[in-house]
Write a protein that binds this ligand. Structure first.
Ligand code: ZN
Length: 146
């Protein structure tokens, strides 16, 4: 991902806020400054069994549960983008060549499976069960109760 028109403190503040929803399990795998106010970075999880981790659409372990991947899930990215835009409303974010916009565009979903076995990015993790109050994730819901 590329982050333009922001500084490192803002990226770390957004990460800190994101971690509030995922029990502190999220970190930058790499964060490289590429210009005066531009960065390239990747989000990942510290523990692949913890909140916000990805699961594989194709590999299942013997008990039938999806194999876990040491990568941050769709929700982590959506929350991080929301928080970064809250910290700095002028930030510009590019992910896979796509410009991330606030609101709906931020939460655009896509098929990461195949045509015959579609798996949506938003389904490739454990935080999908919508709770009664309409919140997306179990982990997020716990952390944001007021
Ligand atoms: Zn998720």
């Amino acid at each position: 991902m590329k982050f333009l028109n922001c500084n490192e403190n803002e990226l770390h503040e957004a990460l800190k806020r994101t971690n509030g929803y995922f029990a502190g399990n999220i970190e930058f795998r790499e964060l490289e400054q590429t210009g005066k106010r531009s960065f390239r970075g990747t989000l990942t999880v510290k523990d692949s069994r913890g909140p916000g981790s990805r699961t594989s659409p194709f590999n299942f372990n013997p008990s039938g549960n999806p194999h876990r991947i040491k990568a941050a899930c769709w929700h982590v990215h959506g929350v991080f983008f929301d928080e970064l835009m809250a910290v700095n409303e002028d930030v510009k974010i590019r992910s896979n060549g796509t410009k991330i916009e606030g609101g709906k565009g931020n939460w655009a979903d896509r098929n990461i499976g195949s045509i015959t076995y579609p798996v949506y990015y938003s389904e490739a993790c454990d935080c999908n069960e919508k709770t009664e109050d309409g919140n997306f994730y179990k982990s997020m819901n716990k952390q944001t109760k007021k």
